[in-house]
Design a protein. Structure first.
Length: 218
């Protein structure tokens, strides 16, 4: 190993003082690079070159590239679920709570295209990493539980129609918001950019909220 190689592999200044910050820096960079190049197209040394630490420390913290991918995917899901939790849906009237959730999901996905691309990549891998993640299972179970409570409140109040499936309702909210980001390149290439301007996105957001409420309201 040359002096140059040793220098590249040496922990950079600051990692001992704040390892959690270093791990978050790694996850942020990894998320950006995984979203841009996919799991197979991203290299650990390229991630290390953009972080405050070394390739060796990335392996120390995350085991290997698959381990880093799994942790980045978990962190991406955690952010959206934390945002949903902060909405405090239980404190809002049912229809208002559902509208807030649909609007939040549309906004989150629009502002976080890396999350959408990572989910698309995980689908290409047949959800292999997601299936093995207890963290994501717990996060998503909590999300459905919140929606189940909301549905129960709405049905009890006569606001929502009887027999709503919270998983199917979650599917509708996710699908409408996901497509807006996942299919933007092809959709805009065929039909133009109007829907992706400020006014177009605002109109789509309103329509998504209205569509979700139409699925649920009695």
């Amino acid at each position: 190993m040359t002096d140059s190689d040793a220098s590249k592999d040496r922990p950079r200044s600051g990692w001992k003082q704040n390892p959690e910050a270093v791990k978050q820096d790694i996850l942020q960079v990894a998320t950006e690079m995984f979203a841009a190049s996919g799991l197979t197209g991203t290299r650990i040394d390229e991630i290390a070159a953009r972080t405050t630490t070394s390739k060796r420390m990335i392996y120390y913290y995350f085991g290997d590239k698959d381990g880093l991918w799994a942790r980045a995917l978990e962190a991406a899901y955690a952010r959206v679920r934390e945002g949903e939790h902060r909405l405090d849906l239980d404190a809002l009237p049912p229809a208002e709570a559902l509208a807030h959730l649909a609007g939040f999901t549309f906004d989150h996905h629009s502002r976080n295209p890396e999350f959408i691309r990572m989910v698309m990549i995980e689908n290409i891998h047949h959800a292999d990493y997601l299936k093995r993640s207890e963290v994501i299972r717990v996060l998503n179970t909590a999300a459905i539980d919140r929606l189940r409570r909301l549905v129960a409140r709405g049905e009890a109040a006569g606001v929502f129609r009887a027999g709503l499936d919270p998983v199917a309702l979650h599917w509708h909210i996710s699908a409408l918001s996901f497509f807006n980001v996942s299919n933007r390149p092809t959709f805009s290439a065929i039909y133009g950019q109007d829907l992706y301007g400020k006014e177009g996105q605002a109109a789509l957001r309103r329509q998504v909220v209205e569509s979700v409420l139409a699925c649920a309201l009695a």
